[in-house]
Design a protein around this ligand. Structure first.
Ligand code: ZN
Ligand code: FE
Length: 254
């Protein structure tokens, strides 16, 4: 088993398993217990569970997994998440035996209590930052989501981005519409098509890749977002307005 493993779940979810140097693994957002129990039968040992937000495709397996390990379930303060042992907040530092310290980041936008976890080498960001995209704004404002994405973009460039959904190729179509001329992104998409074609995940991505290719992290380059300008008939003045316009366009993009 590799250090970082994405267990496929449902249609397009991944349950990330991150193995520390004592053999135990952190399991992130187990929406379905099934794939995790199968991995346990294969030798996975759960050291801790991290929850990013309350949606059922991220927490649905918690109940069935509780008997399968003795460590803690970490998650945000939100009454909609049953089964959290340790509520964590922005800037909390988590010391889990066998791992480097993990820092908690508040990243509201997709939901109001959404959090992310990073040890500066990996980032578990749930449904906030996707490869070539970002989460829908179910509970937060564009302003909140932009601030959350800005915070993630400040992480070390080589940080591995472990998001929860395999949306990369459908996000790629929108990215190409918003910013038609981006050769680096085109190259990335070719790579990802090859990976998906051989049954591998497109993930993890890296912060440096997302900053170069993800239109939602490129709102400070209005001159590059020629597709957005064409779509709207004008280029919004502020970064926030550009971000909000991109997100609204993506919501109805087919
Ligand atoms: Zn979600
Ligand atoms: Fe989700």
């Amino acid at each position: 088993m590799t250090v970082l493993q994405a267990l496929p779940a449902f249609e397009d979810n991944y349950i990330w398993c991150y193995r520390g140097n004592e053999g135990g693994s952190i399991v992130v957002d187990p929406g379905d217990a099934g794939p995790v129990l199968a991995a346990i039968a294969d030798g996975l040992r759960i050291a801790a569970i991290f929850i990013t937000h309350h949606h059922n495709d991220h927490i649905g397996g918690l109940g069935a997994l509780r008997a399968a390990f003795t460590g803690s379930v970490y998650g945000p303060e939100d009454a909609r998440i049953p089964g959290i042992d340790r509520i964590v907040r922005h800037d909390d530092v988590l010391q889990i035996s066998g791992f480097r310290p993990f820092r908690v980041m508040a990243v509201p936008g997709h939901t109001r209590s959404h959090i992310a976890y990073t040890d500066s080498s990996v980032l578990f960001c749930g449904d906030t930052l996707f490869s070539l995209g970002c989460g829908r704004l179910f509970e937060g404002s564009p302003e909140q989501m932009l601030a959350s994405l800005d915070r993630l973009a400040e992480l070390p460039e080589d940080t591995l981005v472990c998001c929860t959904h395999e949306y990369t190729l459908s996000n790629a179509r929108f990215a190409a519409a918003a910013e038609p001329d981006n050769p680096e992104r085109d190259h990335l998409i070719d790579d990802i098509k090859a990976r998906r074609g051989s049954g591998q995940p497109s993930l993890p991505s890296r912060i440096v890749i997302e900053k170069a290719c993800n239109p939602f992290l490129r709102t400070h380059f209005p001159e590059r977002l020629t597709g957005l300008k064409e779509h709207l008939g004008f280029m919004p003045e502020s970064r926030l307005a550009r971000f909000a316009a991109l997100r609204a366009w993506k919501d109805q993009f087919r």
